[in-house]
Design a protein around this ligand. Structure first.
Ligand code: PMV
Length: 314
């Protein structure tokens, strides 16, 4: 029997843009998924992760495809294993639940079968697993879950490789998350954005140009610990995502609640059209933002940036 855990993630800048090769900034978070692998007479999966209601059922087929892809790419096709998933990361849209489970499963399989894979190879296997959920994922989720920390991420569209750099902020970043309670379909939303972009290339060129400037400035403001500027840039990033059609009423309400209660910036995070809102807060405002969100009937949590990546549990 082998066990491994991997963290969830939050994208602070650049979801959707990252699919087109633009840079994104994302962080591993403290909550983790634990995967346990046992050799068994036949294949089975027991998913004990806490969830946004309906998430696991909706993702079941994608999850099965994802696991089969990982077994195949790791040379374990046809192996009979029992996989048990747990941990404190809530299986929900926007928090990197699939990336965390892929990284944890890949690391636990590597351990159980003595494959001797290094971290980069585990990341590659987790990326293969992500394809079961996302079609053509950028790779940002599995990189956050595998490497951990606070990442500047870019997908090199020519080579298909992830270009990852660890970032350091001079000021600690505190984050509040609000959960719409809605599960989004990444493949569908990414496909919708692609179709809209093909239909109106001029509009999307402007949006993408604006985002490129935001990403450049955010990289500097985040590393300098300029929280006020970072918050403003998050708001601007959200407006672009809204213009691209990936927000929804619940996300708008959460962004509005966070802003009115003192957040420095707030935006949707991840796929959008459901999933999560992420707000940048300072010490005092964090609990005010979180309780306003809870009062409005949504689940909310505070978290810090930069958790450790995938690790085997012995
Ligand atoms: O919803 P999440 O947490 O899986 O994030 C998806 C991020 C996208 O940029 C929309 C897709 C991708 O592959 O990067």
């Amino acid at each position: 029997m082998a066990k491994a855990s991997a963290p969830g993630k939050l994208i602070l800048f650049g979801e959707h843009f990252v699919v087109y090769g633009l840079p994104a900034i994302a962080t591993a978070i403290e909550s983790r998924t634990v995967a346990e692998i046992q050799r068994a007479k036949e294949y089975s999966l027991l998913d004990n992760r806490p969830e946004t209601p309906g998430y696991k059922k909706e993702k079941y087929d994608q999850q099965s495809d994802s696991i089969q892809r990982m077994l195949k790419v790791m040379g374990l096709e046809g192996k009979k294993v029992r996989i048990v998933l747990g941990g404190d990361l809530v299986a929900a849209s926007g928090v990197g639940a699939s990336g965390a489970s892929c990284a944890a499963i890949a690391a636990a399989l590597n351990e159980e079968f003595g494959l001797g894979m290094d971290r980069h190879e585990i990341n590659d296997a987790a990326y293969e697993g992500e394809k079961g959920y996302h079609g053509m994922p950028s790779g940002i989720d599995n990189c956050c879950s595998t490497y951990g920390g606070f990442l500047h991420f870019r997908k090199d569209l020519k080579t298909g490789k992830s270009v990852v750099r660890q970032m350091h902020s001079k000021a600690p970043l505190s984050i509040v998350v609000g959960n719409t309670g809605l599960t989004s379909n990444t493949t569908k939303v990414v496909g919708d954005v692609r179709a809209k972009r093909e239909k109106d290339p001029e509009k999307f060129k402007k949006i993408f140009d604006n985002y490129s400037k935001i990403a450049e400035e955010a990289t500097v403001s985040v590393e300098n610990g300029d929280l006020i500027k970072t918050g403003l840039l998050m708001n601007m990033n959200h407006l672009l995502l809204e213009e691209m059609g990936v927000s929804c009423d619940e996300l708008e309400e959460l962004v509005d609640l966070a802003s009115r209660n003192g957040a420095l910036g707030a935006k949707l995070t991840g796929t959008g059209r459901g999933g999560l809102m992420v707000a940048l807060v300072t010490g005092g405002t964090g609990s005010r933002v979180a309780s306003a969100i809870k009062k409005a009937g949504y689940h909310s949590e505070m978290t810090k940036i930069g958790a450790k990546g995938v690790k085997v549990i012995r």
